[in-house]
Design a protein around this ligand. Structure first.
Ligand code: DGT
Ligand code: CA
Ligand code: CA
Ligand code: ZN
Length: 574
């Protein structure tokens, strides 16, 4: 069981207890769940060493439940609670914006017992007729259901990538493979992944298939043939294996990387040149002579194209750019020198500033920015102006004490209040090395209002970066309605940057918005929004998102040396 799975169990318990009208207990379970989510160590190893009892919010009763979960993978108590709950209620509560009270009313007064029935009722206009409901609520419920449906069973890139890497590592440990790649949407770095596609070039297909199906995380073999196998992994994720001859490996790699839309264009180009392009190679149509196929480079070359990075293969103008010799030189992981958005235990993070600075050094970062929440975000233990000033001193001291030579920037993730004003006075903001300004409340404003709110923050002259600018949570919360063109224009004029928040369920700005910001002359920053040390690894997902947004090294502040980063930040406020 992963930490997230254990946390999910406790969140569900809290939801059910709340439905039953039980006081206090729900909060206790939520507190424990949140602490477990933020744990740096695997919950199973914490149980093994007995340290799970030291997790904040974990008392005797919850500790026992954690043990049962880790030992058996399930929890009797939850099963009993589920049995006591009217059918459909929990499913209905999974709709964004529907809390326990609303769900109860829908189930009782409308008699619906599943998401499907609720959708039907809403489409028939029955929801808006309920007491206390209206047109807007009904619309919100329908859009919430749509969000849920579109999420389906797709995984976040940040969940799927480690799973795929572990699978490949296992396969390479079993058989000596030199031609093996993860293809499909994972190779393109898409924000959500339907299934993972693994390609192997080898002569002994049965051996590869055996190794693939014998992986310990395989729950079910869905189909298995000579060259094509599909399995379902524990947790529900599907993996497809393709085995091809070594001589067509490059063509297969190109084909199975997709996207389908990109491949359609590639094939069309081939036809215009009298060529046939498929997963086996590039062939002359008349003679069937094979022109390319063993390398992916060769496939593109046979079509008169340079190799196109997988992240760009979305039919978004990449082929035109390739023909014009105008492909971007994409940002590389090695270009990125530090992290500009990290929370410490001063607000809602799990770790001390010292530990964050050491962890950043261990990762090879040259700088890290400590950016905690501010006072109005009380659920996240936001800092008062006095505390912010005290924290600046603490960051300076931590930097002095640290041995890795990491520059620690004293920053803040200051709240943008509903009227566009900032949650800290200018006198305090000016003491900070870096100011991220973010919206955390009232995300459902009208587009005009929300745009004005962001523009006001940008024009204050007191901020460096807009944090997670659209506020979306993938699959759970739509982006706020914002006129992004206007926001970017204002950002360019005021020298304010836009964040690429790298947290797996945010990726905000997303790929297409990065490209739009760049086209508007706006510079970007990457921040993990880490709330615990293991989240520092999320930087990679921000880099992938930047690449999918066609960003180059010069578009991203994190590629500069600490002194230059500082100069850029200081320069603005001077
Ligand atoms: P996903 O799994 O939904 O996140 O997205 P993909 O892109 O990984 O799609 P998937 O797994 O269905 O197929 C992997 C790749 O194989 C896809 O990106 C392109 C190629 N492919 C699969 N089916 C077709 C097809 O019918 N036509 C073309 N041109 N390519 C296909
Ligand atoms: Ca796929
Ligand atoms: Ca697939
Ligand atoms: Zn935030």
């Amino acid at each position: 069981m992963r930490n997230e799975d254990v946390a999910a169990v406790f969140y569900e318990i809290a939801d059910i207890l709340e439905l039953q009208g039980i006081a206090f207990k729900p909060q206790a379970y939520r507190r424990a769940a949140s602490a477990i989510e933020q744990l740096d160590v695997e919950i199973a190893s914490a149980v093994a060493s007995g340290t799970h009892r030291e997790i904040p919010g974990v008392g005797e009763a919850i500790a026992k439940k954690i043990e049962e979960l880790v030992r058996t993978g399930s929890l009797d108590y939850l099963e009993r609670l589920r049995a006591e709950t009217p059918p459909g209620l929990l499913e209905i509560m999974s709709v964004p914006d529907i809390g326990p009270k609303t769900a109860m009313i829908l189930v009782h007064d409308l008699g619906v017992s599943s998401l499907g029935e609720l959708k039907e009722a809403a489409l028939a206009g029955k929801v808006k007729k309920l007491k206390g409901f209206g047109e807007r609520t009904e619309e919100r419920i329908l859009s919430g259901i749509k969000t849920l449906e579109s999420k389906g069973r797709r995984a976040f890139l940040g969940e799927a990538l480690p799973v795929a890497r572990a699978y490949v590592e296992y396969l390479m440990g079993r058989i000596r493979l030199d031609l093996i790649d993860v293809c499909g949407s994972l190779r393109r770095g898409k924000e959500t992944i339907g299934d993972m596609d693994i390609l192997v070039g080898w002569d002994n297909a049965p051996a590869v298939t055996d190794a693939f199906t014998q992986y310990e995380r395989v729950d079910e073999v869905i189909v298995s043939g000579a060259t094509k196998t599909s399995v379902r992994l524990a947790g529900g994720f599907q993996a497809d294996l393709r085995i091809v001859e070594r001589s067509s490996y490059g063509a297969a790699l190109q084909y199975f990387t997709g996207s389908k839309e990109h491949n359609v264009l590639i094939r069309k180009m081939g036809i215009e040149k009298g060529l046939k392009v498929n997963e086996y190679g590039v062939f002359e149509r008349d003679s069937n002579r094979k022109l390319a196929g063993d390398t992916e480079d060769g496939v593109y070359e046979a079509l008169g194209l340079p190799w196109i990075p997988p992240e760009l293969r979305e039919d978004a103008g990449e082929i035109d750019a390739a023909l014009r010799g105008a492909l971007p030189t994409l940002l590389e992981p090695s270009d990125v020198k530090g992290d500009l958005h990290v929370h410490s235990e001063w607000s809602d993070g799990a770790d001390s500033i010292d530990d964050i600075v050491s962890a950043a050094a261990a990762k090879g970062h040259k700088f890290v920015a400590i950016t905690d929440h501010t006072q109005s975000l009380s659920i996240a233990n936001g800092l008062s102006p006095e505390k912010v000033l005290a924290q600046i001193e603490a960051v300076r001291k931590a930097e002095e004490r640290s041995e890795g030579g990491v520059r620690a920037f004293a920053g803040s993730e200051v709240d943008i209040l509903a009227d566009g004003s900032l949650d800290l006075p200018p006198s305090v903001l000016r003491e900070l090395d870096v100011v991220i300004a973010s919206v955390h409340s009232r995300l459902k404003m009208e587009p005009k209002e929300m745009t004005a709110r962001l523009v006001a923050a940008i024009e204050s002259g007191e901020i460096d970066i807009v944090g997670h600018p659209t506020g979306r949570i993938i699959g759970r919360r739509d982006p706020a309605s914002i006129d992004l063109e206007k926001v970017f224009e204002s950002a360019r004029e005021n020298g304010v940057m836009m964040e690429i928040n790298a947290f797996p369920d945010r990726l905000d700005l997303r790929d297409a918005h990065c490209r739009m910001a760049k086209d508007n002359g706006v510079m970007m920053t990457i921040g993990t929004d880490a709330h615990s040390l293991r989240h520092l690894d999320y930087l990679e997902f921000g880099i992938i998102t930047a690449r999918r947004g066609w960003l180059e090294k010069s578009d991203v502040l994190n590629t500069l040396d600490p002194a230059k980063v500082e100069k850029k930040l200081r320069g603005r406020r001077a």
